[in-house]
Design a protein around this ligand. Structure first.
Ligand code: HEM
Length: 412
């Protein structure tokens, strides 16, 4: 009897497995029919898809897939259709030409739990709710007038940053730049859930992205002392040594702007843009993209794409100096070769503020202090491994020695 029931269970399990494999093979055959030709990509397994092929640094895995299969790759994350790219033309197709199709967000468990049931701006699917929240952001919170009205507070914050480093340099010897740059992570409670979701977005989007970018910039500059010398020469020429850097100086700091651009190329704040999702089926360069496909735009891969950049592992800000002497744009150019703030409907509404925060902190820190690695390390020993997450910080916090270079009354 026992033997018979075991045999029964064995048959049932075999039948289920065969049906799954059959459905999977049929699905694959259907997808191969010419009008539903999916983009190339790695073979995926039933149920798990390509999930087991990803490591702890998925942005690097997906960039390798793009190198192997071409600029647009299809994969399956469990049962979810996904595409990934690190190519400027395809990114432009997704974010500009087909913005209407790809401007939604997937409704993931993380988004539901972290963002008040997707009731925020950043993780909300396309729809009237997102539109309303985004309008509040653009028309009330992040307007040029409002940004200007907070200039004095930003100047005070910049002075606190300098004072903090100055005190630590006098008392502790070395400075932990992650602690200093992360600053205060204020959390405010308000009654209305929508307001809470929005404020949470603002705080998360503004603090972590800027702090991560600043730490990477500091690490690369301390690793390349000739870059620090050039930055300081520019600061001394534009600002002099008798006063602090002001926001109005930032536009004239061409070389520093190139440093920030180069930092975004090598270390974008997030390895991918926030995942987009297609609202309906479409085609990209003749390939079929099903509805609800998750889109991973690999900004880390874009900055290290050897088809568009030379010597991708080399930190060389000069590569961004425009030959015609024009202004150095930080967010992105028409060529989509770097994309720190994205483009299209979902582009970062805080880009002007983000650029100012990053430039101002760096300008003050390089103007006020000379920097060298802590613990008697050589500059070239500074470690630049990253950890993966929504943002992508250095694996180990940066520690450095700061030596004041201006008269001491300016630091108080
Ligand atoms: C260095 C600083 C910053 C960087 C690198 C950055 C980058 C980004 C990126 C890559 C996205 C995703 C775009 C996409 O999915 O296509 C984004 C979205 C967003 N950012 Fe920023 N950001 C920065 C600062 C800020 C600041 C200061 C604010 C506001 C105070 C802000 C608010 C937002 C919001 C609300 C979204 C979601 C937009 C939407 O989904 O409609 N960001 N940002």
């Amino acid at each position: 009897m026992n033997w018979l029931s075991s045999l029964g269970i064995f048959y049932v399990i075999s039948l289920v497995l065969c049906s799954i494999l059959l459905a999977y093979s049929l699905g694959k055959l259907r997808n191969k029919s010419s009008e539903r030709l999916l983009p190339p990509g790695p073979t995926s397994w039933p149920i798990v898809g390509n999930l087991l092929q990803l490591t702890q640094l998925p942005h690097r895995d997906l960039a390798s897939l793009c190198q192997k299969y071409g600029p647009l790759v299809y994969l399956r994350l469990g049962s979810v259709d996904a595409i990934t790219t690190d190519d400027p033309e395809i990114i432009k197709e997704i974010l500009v030409h087909q913005d209407d199709v790809f401007a939604s967000r997937p409704r993931t468990l993380a988004a539901v739990h972290l963002a008040y049931g997707c009731g925020d701006v950043a993780l909300a699917p396309l729809g009237p709710k997102w539109k309303r929240m985004r309008r509040i952001c653009m028309e009330h919170l992040l307007t040029t007038r409002r940004l200007e009205s907070f200039a004095r507070h930003r100047a005070e914050e910049a002075q606190h940053l300098v004072q903090d480093v100055w005190t630590k340099a006098q008392t502790e010897g070395k400075v932990n730049l992650r602690e200093v740059l992360a600053g205060e992570n204020g959390q405010r409670q308000m009654d209305d859930t929508e307001i809470k979701a929005l404020i949470q977005d603002m705080i998360a989007a503004a603090t972590d992205t800027s702090a991560v970018t600043n730490e990477w910039a500091m690490a690369e500059v301390i690793k390349h002392p000739h870059v620090l010398t050039k930055i300081q020469k520019e600061l001394d020429d534009v600002v002099g040594r008798d006063r602090m850097v002001l926001e109005s100086d930032l536009v004239h700091l061409k070389y520093l702007r190139c440093v920030v651009r180069e930092t975004f190329r090598m270390h974008p704040a997030g390895p991918f843009l926030i995942p987009h999702e297609s609202v309906r089926a479409t085609k990209i360069y003749g390939y079929y993209i099903p509805a609800k496909t998750r889109v991973f735009i690999n900004t880390h891969g874009l900055g290290r794409n050897t088809k568009i950049w030379d010597q991708v592992e080399e930190f060389r800000p000069e590569r961004h100096l425009p030959a015609d002497g024009s202004r150095v744009e930080i967010s992105h150019g028409a060529d989509f070769k770097i994309l720190p703030f994205s483009a299209g409907k979902r582009k970062c509404p805080g880009a002007p503020l983000g650029v100012t925060l990053v430039l101002m902190a760096l300008a003050r820190l390089f103007h006020c202090f000379d920097w060298s690695p802590a613990d008697k390390l050589r500059p070239e020993d500074i470690d630049t491994t990253e950890v993966y997450g929504m943002t992508m910080p250095k694996a180990r916090p940066l520690e450095a020695i700061a030596r004041p270079r201006l008269s001491s009354h300016l630091y108080r």
